[in-house]
Ligand binder design. Structure first.
Ligand code: MN
Length: 261
Protein backbone atom coordinates (compact mmCIF):
# COMPACT_ATOMS: atom_id res chain seq x y z
CA UNK A 1 0.00 0.00 0.00
CA UNK A 2 1.25 3.43 -0.90
CA UNK A 3 0.73 6.31 1.47
CA UNK A 4 1.49 9.80 0.29
CA UNK A 5 2.22 13.22 1.72
CA UNK A 6 2.24 16.45 -0.28
CA UNK A 7 3.13 20.01 0.57
CA UNK A 8 3.66 23.01 -1.71
CA UNK A 9 4.52 26.42 -0.28
CA UNK A 10 5.34 29.66 -2.05
CA UNK A 11 8.09 30.34 0.46
CA UNK A 12 8.86 33.54 2.30
CA UNK A 13 9.98 35.79 -0.54
CA UNK A 14 8.19 35.01 -3.80
CA UNK A 15 4.79 36.54 -4.47
CA UNK A 16 3.48 33.50 -6.30
CA UNK A 17 3.94 29.77 -6.35
CA UNK A 18 5.17 28.78 -9.82
CA UNK A 19 5.62 25.14 -8.83
CA UNK A 20 2.93 22.65 -9.83
CA UNK A 21 2.49 19.04 -8.85
CA UNK A 22 0.24 16.04 -9.06
CA UNK A 23 -0.21 13.17 -6.64
CA UNK A 24 -3.05 10.96 -7.76
CA UNK A 25 -3.45 7.20 -7.92
CA UNK A 26 0.00 5.99 -8.87
CA UNK A 27 1.21 9.13 -10.63
CA UNK A 28 3.38 11.65 -8.86
CA UNK A 29 5.18 14.66 -10.29
CA UNK A 30 6.66 18.04 -9.49
CA UNK A 31 7.28 20.86 -11.97
CA UNK A 32 9.08 24.15 -11.33
CA UNK A 33 8.12 26.87 -13.78
CA UNK A 34 10.54 29.44 -15.19
CA UNK A 35 9.82 32.69 -16.91
CA UNK A 36 8.25 34.92 -14.32
CA UNK A 37 5.14 37.04 -14.62
CA UNK A 38 2.61 34.18 -14.75
CA UNK A 39 4.52 32.37 -17.49
CA UNK A 40 6.32 30.06 -15.07
CA UNK A 41 3.05 29.08 -13.46
CA UNK A 42 1.48 28.44 -16.85
CA UNK A 43 4.39 26.28 -18.01
CA UNK A 44 4.55 24.12 -14.88
CA UNK A 45 0.79 23.65 -14.81
CA UNK A 46 0.68 22.73 -18.48
CA UNK A 47 3.43 20.14 -17.99
CA UNK A 48 1.46 18.51 -15.17
CA UNK A 49 -1.81 18.65 -17.14
CA UNK A 50 -0.16 17.04 -20.17
CA UNK A 51 1.34 14.33 -17.98
CA UNK A 52 -2.02 13.55 -16.39
CA UNK A 53 -3.71 13.54 -19.80
CA UNK A 54 -1.02 11.24 -21.22
CA UNK A 55 -1.50 8.76 -18.38
CA UNK A 56 -5.29 8.93 -18.70
CA UNK A 57 -4.93 7.97 -22.36
CA UNK A 58 -2.43 5.23 -21.56
CA UNK A 59 -2.62 4.21 -17.90
CA UNK A 60 -0.03 1.44 -18.25
CA UNK A 61 2.83 2.97 -20.15
CA UNK A 62 6.15 1.34 -20.79
CA UNK A 63 9.20 3.48 -20.25
CA UNK A 64 9.28 4.64 -23.88
CA UNK A 65 5.65 5.65 -23.76
CA UNK A 66 6.24 7.43 -20.48
CA UNK A 67 9.04 9.37 -22.14
CA UNK A 68 6.76 10.23 -25.08
CA UNK A 69 4.45 12.05 -22.69
CA UNK A 70 7.36 14.33 -21.75
CA UNK A 71 8.00 15.10 -25.43
CA UNK A 72 4.34 15.82 -25.98
CA UNK A 73 4.30 18.18 -22.98
CA UNK A 74 7.42 19.87 -24.30
CA UNK A 75 5.79 20.54 -27.67
CA UNK A 76 2.61 21.87 -26.06
CA UNK A 77 4.54 24.34 -23.93
CA UNK A 78 6.67 25.43 -26.91
CA UNK A 79 3.54 26.00 -28.97
CA UNK A 80 1.87 28.08 -26.29
CA UNK A 81 5.02 30.13 -25.80
CA UNK A 82 5.31 30.79 -29.53
CA UNK A 83 1.68 31.79 -29.87
CA UNK A 84 1.67 34.21 -26.93
CA UNK A 85 4.29 36.95 -26.60
CA UNK A 86 3.72 37.17 -22.84
CA UNK A 87 4.81 33.54 -22.54
CA UNK A 88 8.02 33.83 -24.56
CA UNK A 89 10.90 32.24 -22.71
CA UNK A 90 8.78 30.21 -20.35
CA UNK A 91 9.76 26.69 -19.43
CA UNK A 92 9.52 24.18 -16.66
CA UNK A 93 11.21 21.27 -14.99
CA UNK A 94 9.31 17.99 -14.77
CA UNK A 95 10.24 15.06 -12.55
CA UNK A 96 7.61 12.34 -12.57
CA UNK A 97 7.09 8.87 -11.17
CA UNK A 98 4.50 6.31 -12.20
CA UNK A 99 4.18 3.25 -9.98
CA UNK A 100 2.77 0.14 -11.64
CA UNK A 101 2.50 -2.61 -9.05
CA UNK A 102 6.09 -2.90 -7.92
CA UNK A 103 7.69 -1.09 -10.87
CA UNK A 104 8.69 2.52 -10.68
CA UNK A 105 9.00 4.50 -13.91
CA UNK A 106 10.94 7.72 -13.57
CA UNK A 107 11.17 10.56 -16.07
CA UNK A 108 13.14 13.72 -15.51
CA UNK A 109 14.09 17.04 -17.09
CA UNK A 110 15.53 20.02 -15.20
CA UNK A 111 16.74 20.55 -11.65
CA UNK A 112 13.90 19.19 -9.57
CA UNK A 113 14.90 15.91 -7.97
CA UNK A 114 13.79 12.38 -7.13
CA UNK A 115 15.33 10.52 -4.21
CA UNK A 116 14.96 7.01 -2.87
CA UNK A 117 15.35 6.35 0.84
CA UNK A 118 15.99 2.65 1.35
CA UNK A 119 17.69 0.70 4.07
CA UNK A 120 18.79 3.87 5.88
CA UNK A 121 20.43 5.35 2.79
CA UNK A 122 19.31 8.30 0.73
CA UNK A 123 20.04 7.99 -2.98
CA UNK A 124 19.52 10.73 -5.51
CA UNK A 125 17.91 9.18 -8.58
CA UNK A 126 18.18 12.21 -10.85
CA UNK A 127 20.93 14.56 -11.95
CA UNK A 128 20.42 18.33 -12.06
CA UNK A 129 20.24 19.68 -15.61
CA UNK A 130 21.78 22.95 -14.52
CA UNK A 131 25.03 24.71 -15.32
CA UNK A 132 26.54 23.87 -11.96
CA UNK A 133 25.26 20.29 -12.19
CA UNK A 134 26.98 19.83 -15.56
CA UNK A 135 30.23 21.32 -14.23
CA UNK A 136 30.03 19.02 -11.21
CA UNK A 137 29.63 15.97 -13.43
CA UNK A 138 32.60 17.05 -15.54
CA UNK A 139 34.65 17.20 -12.36
CA UNK A 140 35.14 20.94 -12.60
CA UNK A 141 33.27 21.71 -9.40
CA UNK A 142 33.14 19.84 -6.11
CA UNK A 143 29.70 18.91 -4.76
CA UNK A 144 30.00 21.75 -2.25
CA UNK A 145 30.98 24.25 -4.93
CA UNK A 146 28.14 23.10 -7.14
CA UNK A 147 25.64 23.56 -4.29
CA UNK A 148 26.74 27.17 -3.81
CA UNK A 149 27.49 28.09 -7.40
CA UNK A 150 26.04 31.46 -8.49
CA UNK A 151 24.62 29.82 -11.62
CA UNK A 152 23.13 26.91 -9.74
CA UNK A 153 19.68 27.80 -10.97
CA UNK A 154 20.57 28.23 -14.63
CA UNK A 155 19.03 25.24 -16.34
CA UNK A 156 20.64 23.41 -19.24
CA UNK A 157 17.48 21.43 -19.96
CA UNK A 158 13.84 22.33 -19.45
CA UNK A 159 10.49 21.63 -21.09
CA UNK A 160 9.24 24.40 -23.34
CA UNK A 161 12.47 26.01 -24.46
CA UNK A 162 13.35 23.91 -27.53
CA UNK A 163 11.26 21.75 -29.85
CA UNK A 164 13.35 18.73 -28.88
CA UNK A 165 14.44 17.82 -25.40
CA UNK A 166 16.42 14.92 -23.93
CA UNK A 167 14.51 13.14 -21.20
CA UNK A 168 16.25 11.00 -18.59
CA UNK A 169 14.27 7.86 -17.85
CA UNK A 170 14.84 4.89 -15.64
CA UNK A 171 12.88 2.07 -14.08
CA UNK A 172 13.41 -0.01 -10.97
CA UNK A 173 11.59 -2.28 -8.58
CA UNK A 174 9.91 -0.73 -5.57
CA UNK A 175 10.93 -2.36 -2.31
CA UNK A 176 9.01 -2.86 0.92
CA UNK A 177 9.54 0.11 3.21
CA UNK A 178 10.90 2.31 0.44
CA UNK A 179 10.36 6.04 0.64
CA UNK A 180 10.39 8.10 -2.52
CA UNK A 181 10.82 11.85 -2.41
CA UNK A 182 10.10 14.25 -5.25
CA UNK A 183 10.98 17.90 -4.73
CA UNK A 184 11.71 21.19 -6.42
CA UNK A 185 14.95 23.07 -5.80
CA UNK A 186 13.23 25.17 -3.14
CA UNK A 187 13.82 22.12 -0.94
CA UNK A 188 17.13 20.63 -2.06
CA UNK A 189 18.68 24.05 -2.63
CA UNK A 190 18.24 24.76 1.07
CA UNK A 191 18.26 21.47 2.91
CA UNK A 192 21.31 19.21 2.71
CA UNK A 193 21.21 15.52 1.91
CA UNK A 194 22.12 14.72 5.52
CA UNK A 195 19.19 16.77 6.78
CA UNK A 196 16.80 15.19 4.28
CA UNK A 197 18.02 11.79 5.43
CA UNK A 198 17.50 12.63 9.07
CA UNK A 199 13.90 13.74 8.47
CA UNK A 200 13.08 10.72 6.29
CA UNK A 201 14.66 8.39 8.88
CA UNK A 202 11.89 9.31 11.33
CA UNK A 203 9.52 7.35 9.07
CA UNK A 204 6.57 9.45 10.18
CA UNK A 205 3.30 9.58 8.36
CA UNK A 206 4.28 10.87 4.87
CA UNK A 207 2.17 14.00 5.28
CA UNK A 208 4.04 14.87 8.46
CA UNK A 209 7.34 14.15 6.72
CA UNK A 210 6.38 16.41 3.79
CA UNK A 211 5.48 19.22 6.17
CA UNK A 212 8.70 18.83 8.15
CA UNK A 213 10.75 18.99 4.96
CA UNK A 214 9.04 22.20 3.88
CA UNK A 215 9.51 23.69 7.36
CA UNK A 216 13.22 22.89 7.15
CA UNK A 217 13.51 24.83 3.87
CA UNK A 218 11.49 27.74 5.29
CA UNK A 219 13.72 27.82 8.35
CA UNK A 220 16.67 28.39 6.01
CA UNK A 221 15.10 31.42 4.37
CA UNK A 222 12.54 29.90 1.98
CA UNK A 223 13.62 32.20 -0.87
CA UNK A 224 12.11 29.92 -3.50
CA UNK A 225 8.83 28.04 -3.91
CA UNK A 226 9.03 24.65 -2.22
CA UNK A 227 7.17 21.53 -3.35
CA UNK A 228 7.56 18.11 -1.80
CA UNK A 229 5.91 14.73 -2.40
CA UNK A 230 6.71 11.82 -0.08
CA UNK A 231 5.57 8.33 -1.09
CA UNK A 232 5.86 5.44 1.32
CA UNK A 233 5.50 1.81 0.31
CA UNK A 234 4.17 -0.05 3.30
CA UNK A 235 2.87 -3.12 1.53
CA UNK A 236 4.56 -6.20 2.89
CA UNK A 237 3.02 -8.58 0.42
CA UNK A 238 5.17 -7.23 -2.36
CA UNK A 239 8.26 -9.05 -3.47
CA UNK A 240 10.82 -8.83 -0.73
CA UNK A 241 13.36 -6.30 -1.67
CA UNK A 242 16.97 -6.67 -2.40
CA UNK A 243 19.14 -4.01 -3.91
CA UNK A 244 18.27 -5.01 -7.42
CA UNK A 245 20.82 -4.97 -10.19
CA UNK A 246 18.80 -2.42 -12.07
CA UNK A 247 18.90 0.00 -9.16
CA UNK A 248 22.63 -0.47 -8.79
CA UNK A 249 22.94 0.40 -12.44
CA UNK A 250 20.87 3.53 -12.01
CA UNK A 251 22.93 4.64 -9.06
CA UNK A 252 26.15 3.98 -10.90
CA UNK A 253 24.89 5.96 -13.84
CA UNK A 254 23.67 8.86 -11.80
CA UNK A 255 25.00 9.39 -8.36
CA UNK A 256 26.58 7.89 -5.32
CA UNK A 257 24.48 7.63 -2.17
CA UNK A 258 24.57 10.78 -0.12
CA UNK A 259 24.33 10.76 3.61
CA UNK A 260 23.70 7.74 5.76
CA UNK A 261 21.39 8.22 8.70
MN1 MN B 1 12.50 26.64 -7.90
Amino acid sequence: MLSVGVKSDKGKVRQRNEDSYCARDNLFAVADGLGGHLAGEVASKLAIDELVRGIEENPLPGLEEFEKIFHQANRQICQLAEANPQYHGMGTTLTAIQILEDRVLLGHVGDSRAYLYRGGELCQLTVDHSLSGELYRKGELSEQEAEHHPQKHVLTRALGTFQEVDVDTSSFRLGVGDLLLLCTDGLHGKVSGEELSAILAERDDPQITAERLVEAALAKGGQDNITVIVIKNDEDELVDYEFSLELDEILEKFQTPIGVS
